[in-house]
Design a protein around this ligand. Structure first.
Ligand code: R5P
Length: 298
């Protein structure tokens, strides 16, 4: 248990809004951390605040993880060497969860390897809806204490204010955990499709028969990345002459070009939670994260 006055937060990249909320809501002061990129692309980290004896909340969402992981680990190691008592990682998006088994002989199980890296440098991890599928809990692969927060209530509250008569559709078996949780908040119908991934950019999906008459179809997934899972559904729903379709995701890993393509293919709009800074962000999870941080470290 830490005291609020002994806590300090640092952000590495785009997460200043969350550090601002932590300061406003819990009075946790923001520390100064500088990342310098040398011409040869090496990175220097400099901690410019006193951290000796303090509990550190290090905020770093882990999209584009390969670029971020070294600055993140250098920061954690430097904080420790400067005497930080505990370092908690707040990663609203936790990367490398989808390669959760060796699909072909010789493949790395990246989820486990990434877990080893983070577990050896942090004292706790807080994240939102990691892609738990074949691995059922973070505790199976992470050896540090972890707290998993769920965006489903925030999504449900937001969605049911925008849409009167939704029908939720999840693209694959994994998505049922999110889709059913959102649907249960207002007892709305939902359907889950069967998906087979062919490669990084393409999937085959079987949609069960749905009666979308008079309803807005809301496609819900934890992640939109290549967009293949959403595009194939949009195509199929177009064939069924469904008029109104929205796409909602927790973690927006896609670019503007894909957002435009989803709209061209029939989505009225694409919305996401702000676990990753993105033009589609509409659903704010700051309160959820602040409560999660409070519960874990205080
Ligand atoms: C995987 O099973 C996830 O739940 C998502 O369905 C998947 O990551 C989406 O990826 P993409 O947008 O590339 O189809």
């Amino acid at each position: 248990m830490a005291r609020l006055s002994d806590c300090i937060s640092f952000t590495l990249f785009d997460e200043i809004h969350l550090a601002d909320c932590l300061e406003a809501e819990l009075g946790i002061k923001k520390g100064k951390l500088e990342i310098h990129a040398f011409p040869d692309h090496e990175t220097k980290v400099r901690i410019k605040s006193e951290v000796s004896g303090k509990t550190v909340v290090l905020i770093c969402t882990l999209n584009q993880p390969n670029e971020k992981i070294l600055p993140l680990l250098f920061s954690a190691m430097t904080l420790k060497s400067l005497g930080a008592k505990n370092i908690y990682l707040v990663a609203p998006y936790l990367a490398y969860m989808r390669q959760d088994k060796a699909f072909h002989p010789g493949e790395a199980v990246s989820a486990k390897l990434f877990a080893v890296l983070l577990s050896s440098h942090f004292d706790g991890l807080i994240t939102v809806d990691p892609h738990l599928h074949r691995i059922k809990t973070l505790g199976e692969i992470y050896t540090l204490p972890s707290k998993v927060l769920h965006a489903t209530e925030a999504i449900a509250n937001w969605l049911f204010k925008q849409v009167k008569n939704p029908l939720l559709i999840g693209p694959d078996a994994e998505s049922e955990q999110w889709v059913s949780a959102i649907a249960s908040h207002h007892q709305v119908p939902y359907a889950i499709c069967e998906k087979h991934r062919i490669d990084d950019q393409s999937v085959q999906t079987y949609i069960p028969e749905v009666d979308a008459k008079g309803r807005t179809v809301v496609l819900v997934d934890d992640i939109i990345s290549s967009g293949a899972s959403m595009l194939v559904l949009l195509e199929a729903l177009k064939q069924q002459e469904v008029q109104h379709i929205l796409c909602i995701t927790v973690h927006a890993l896609f670019d503007v070009a894909l957002e435009k393509r989803l709209i061209q293919m029939g989505a009225d709009a694409v919305f996401s939670c702000n676990t990753i800074k993105h033009t589609s962000n509409r659903i704010d999870l700051s309160s959820l994260l602040i409560q999660g941080i409070y519960d874990m470290i205080l």
